[in-house]
Design a protein around this ligand. Sequence first.
Ligand SMILES: *Cc1c(COP(=O)(O)O)cnc(C)c1O
Length: 426
Amino acid sequence: MGINNRPLSAAAFKRAQQVIPGGVNSPVRALRSVGTTPLFIERANRAYVTDIDGNTFIDFCMSWGVFILGHNNPAVSRRAIEAIQRGSSYGIPTENETLLAERVRDAFPSMERLRFVNSGTEATMSAIRVARGFTGRDTLVKFEGNYHGHADHLLVSAGSAVANISTASSAGVPDDFTRHTVCLPYNDVAALQRYFSEHGNHVAAVILEPVACNMGVVVPTEEFLNAVRLLTSQYGAVLIFDEVITGFRLAYGGAQQRFGITPDMTTVGKIVGGGYPAAAFGGRADIMALLAPDGPVYQAGTLSGNPVAMAAGLATLHQLATSGFYDRLEARSSQFIAELQQIIRDKDIQLNHFGSMFTLFFNPDPVRNFTDARRSNQERFTRYFQRMLAHGIYVSPSQFEGNFISECHTDDILEYVLKSIKESIA
Ligand SMILES: *Cc1c(COP(=O)(O)O)cnc(C)c1O
């Protein structure tokens, strides 16, 4: 096992670079900011990924939080295969779309109506369009370091892989396209109040990660979440919780269940498709009524509600809804976090965590927003990442991402991981 023995991955990467920009289909996978080159994966099972060189790693990326049940969950894979054998797409409705929508609504009662799309990017983009249609206003408020996919007008001070790019935004996005996007600091109640008192009547929507995960895990203060809810209600703006990561992760009903706050609209993704391309946006019935064909807001998708993804989503949610699932995951996670907290004491490292997600920031000071997160030491993180890889552990390759504990991360695995972290940061 280990980083130094990956000749096949190195060759595969070289070949990929000749045809795919950077050799990858999503920038963070290139592992450039951690000074190495990608593993090319051959297979994954439970808590493990195996590369084409035959190295097996304990995985903490878990396809960016998708696999809360572990890779290749038997029931999910079986349902997906059965769906494929019935034909993998029709462009004509299926009953499973309704069944999964009902399950999502059971988990998120605030999503009175919802529609499936293929990615989190599409979900947030569509939610914002509906919110603008509903309010007849243009301004969108987002928060620094929150990532909502790569739609043009959302690439303003975004987290995730965008956080490693020196410009706050992206080339190729006309200034005109971001003119209606206002970016405020996360966890800053005063800044939010100030903005709303001057411009609140123009705000169509406020979108946020109710627990931020794309600048590393950053937990909101209760005061901040309450202020967001209060001000949007007061000024008639639509509050959108982007629960693409937190939905079905922090609880069956996501962050909104944990905090007891009801947004007007919600996006979910990652877990809901069971490892296949699916996401959803939804919310109050009166807002969602604006969507075509009932209303004037257009939104569509060739593969939306894809039968394979619906089957995998149903099989996933069915298991998550089993009583005690989240209690078990939470108990295992909090024990791991408590032990990790001991290990990093006096090491100038911040451990941010919520439920089964966590980030280690190589930073002597608390991380409460994007400014804090960006002060973290990249060289120390790079050494840590490479040492963990040498221990056979694939942690998320950036301090601007989360690590994800799944049902398959057993006590034995977590114990080995703790030992490895201890050695890696020594
Ligand atoms: C991953 C993510 C997205 C984007 O989803 P894609 O499926 O990658 O387009 C949007 N919002 C949040 C909070 C995410 O974590």
